[in-house]
Design a protein around this ligand. Structure first.
Ligand SMILES: *[C@@H]1O[C@H](CO)[C@@H](O)[C@H](O)[C@H]1NC(C)=O
Ligand SMILES: *[C@@H]1O[C@H](CO)[C@@H](O)[C@H](O)[C@H]1NC(C)=O
Ligand SMILES: *[C@@H]1O[C@H](CO)[C@@H](O)[C@H](O)[C@H]1NC(C)=O
Ligand SMILES: *[C@@H]1O[C@H](CO)[C@@H](O)[C@H](O)[C@H]1NC(C)=O
Ligand SMILES: *[C@@H]1O[C@H](CO)[C@@H](O)[C@H](O)[C@H]1NC(C)=O
Ligand SMILES: *[C@@H]1O[C@H](CO)[C@@H](O)[C@H](O)[C@H]1NC(C)=O
Length: 299
């Protein structure tokens, strides 16, 4: 059980070792061969999501239609190209679906377009925000491309922080799945929250987040935060009287890798002290794992 987990850093790169498949939705057995480049050609029977290959054309209806057609016992493949996802989508009732996410999703790069779409979507909201992508089902895996330029979710989020826009921010995705697997997904300049995992028995591997401010400096703290803990917009940090404000069970962090620029800073502080203030720690902090000592173990 952990009391609180705080992550605050401009660039968090979680690199986990390549391992075999967690569970098999399709017939393939996980082997070391999974780590090697594959031909990645579509196989007979796969459901291919077509892209218009035109940034002005919203691919959301085509994505929805494919998931509705192939919602069980299927392999859904995204091709190595950009998909314009300008409408929030709900992919629900999935059963035994393996998604080969070899393309990219592009959210609108217009703040007002995002706000207006998230204001009207029927996607089930999370505690803090409504997800742009809602996924619900059982035995669902989403395997991103092993190539760095694919398997990406482009949020165009940095501008929200430059302009201090905090209304109608979407969360990227909710993965409300029993027996789920996410791998090789890359979150690029998210607007705010990334993946929410309210489901059960979910494994995440090789998750990459680029929330690096491209032009912020130490002295100009207009920058791009990455954090989880509590929402300062909702008021002061709540009393953690029972030492259980975050309760995580059977959770393993492995091989966390990150990098920080020189003179990195954190523009997420809109309260004083900052949301991530921990008495007795040096400032600034990159990563805080605030765990209850007697029930955690370190390696
Ligand atoms: C996809 O979109 C991103 C972000 O706009 C861009 O950097 C990239 O070049 C695009 N890739 C393709 C294949 O069009
Ligand atoms: C959001 O929806 C509410 C209620 O329909 C409306 O009053 C408000 O103007 C909308 N805001 C935006 C930014 O679309
Ligand atoms: C997750 O899906 C279940 C149905 O399987 C639903 O009852 C629950 O409300 C959903 N939770 C969230 C956070 O969306
Ligand atoms: C970064 O660029 C944005 C957009 O041009 C601007 O609003 C912001 O002030 C810039 N920040 C810094 C630190 O230069
Ligand atoms: C703390 O635990 C007590 C006893 O179990 C419970 O009544 C109370 O609601 C808890 N407080 C919070 C903030 O969770
Ligand atoms: C980092 O900040 C210090 C103190 O403000 C400054 O002296 C130094 O030049 C900065 N270094 C870089 C690389 O910006």
């Amino acid at each position: 059980m952990a009391r609180g987990i705080s992550l605050s850093l401009p660039l968090l790169y979680l690199a986990l070792l390549c391992t075999s498949n967690v569970f098999n939705i399709a017939a393939a057995q996980g082997t070391e061969a999974d780590c090697k480049p594959r031909a990645n050609l579509p196989e007979v029977g796969e459901c291919i999501v077509e892209s218009a290959d035109d940034p002005r054309v919203d691919d959301s209806p085509a994505i929805l239609a494919t998931f509705q057609r192939c919602s069980s016992n299927s392999v859904i493949r995204f091709l190595p190209t950009n998909y314009t996802v300008h409408t929030p989508i709900s992919l629900i009732g999935l059963q035994k679906v393996k998604v080969l996410f070899y393309g990219n999703f592009l959210l609108p790069d217009s703040i007002s377009e995002v706000q207006s779409a998230i204001n009207t979507t029927q996607n089930p909201p999370s505690t803090y925000a409504t997800p742009w992508i809602y996924i619900q089902g059982s035995d669902v895996s989403i395997e991103g491309s092993t190539q760095i330029e694919y398997g990406r979710f482009y949020g165009f989020g940095e501008q929200w922080w430059h302009s201090g826009t905090r209304t109608l921010r979407p969360q990227l995705a909710t993965f409300n799945v029993t027996n789920g697997f996410l791998s090789n997904l890359k979150v690029i300049k998210p607007i705010a929250w990334g993946w929410n995992l309210p489901g059960q028995n979910i494994r995440v591997e090789n998750h990459f987040v680029d929330a690096k401010p491209d032009n912020a400096t130490r002295d100009d703290t207009q920058s791009f935060p990455f954090n989880t803990y509590y929402d300062q917009d909702k008021g002061p940090r709540p009393d953690n009287t029972n030492q259980t404000s975050t309760n995580i069970r059977t959770f393993t962090f492995k091989n966390i890798v990150g990098s920080l620029g020189t003179n990195w800073t954190d523009g997420s502080c809109i309260s004083n002290p900052c949301w991530n203030y921990v008495p007795g720690l040096d400032e600034p902090k990159a990563v805080i794992l605030d765990l209850l000592g007697h029930i955690t173990s370190g390696h």
